[in-house]
Design a protein around this ligand. Structure first.
Ligand SMILES: [Cu+2]
Length: 126
């Protein structure tokens, strides 16, 4: 009878390594890195477009962006499109915005199919 080897097999070591590494990789949700206008911005010139930059590439077909004015009124914007050459960015054109507060609510699906959501606010000042 062979005694059990005190040295773990190469395969076992690799399996353990993958078990450690995989959850971190699969857990890469798309979080908002920055936005333009930035969250909390007070700006004089109404922005012509909204840019949301995320930490992970997105599934643009399942990404939604909604902008509301201070009265809760929905602002009509173009469907968010991926930034050119950057699947982790979204751009939407805004209509001319008047003075007031605006809230952006985004819901995105990263390519690992995880959904994240959040808000950004900015104010157009006189
Ligand atoms: Cu994820």
């Amino acid at each position: 009878m062979r005694p059990a080897s005190p040295v773990p097999s190469k395969r076992r070591v690799l399996t353990a390594l993958f078990a450690l590494l995989l959850p971190a990789g699969a857990d890469a949700h798309a979080m908002l890195l920055r936005s333009d206008p930035p969250d909390g911005a007070q700006i004089k010139t109404p922005p012509a477009r909204l840019v949301l930059q995320f930490t992970e590439p997105l599934e643009p077909r399942f990404s939604r962006v909604e902008v509301t004015g201070g009265a809760g009124n929905l602002i009509a914007l173009t469907p968010p499109r991926p930034q050119s050459n950057d699947a982790s960015g979204l751009v939407a054109a805004l209509p001319p915005l008047g003075v007031g507060q605006y809230q952006v609510r985004w819901t995105v699906i990263s390519i690992d199919l995880h959904r994240t959501t959040g808000t950004v606010g900015f104010t157009v000042t006189p």
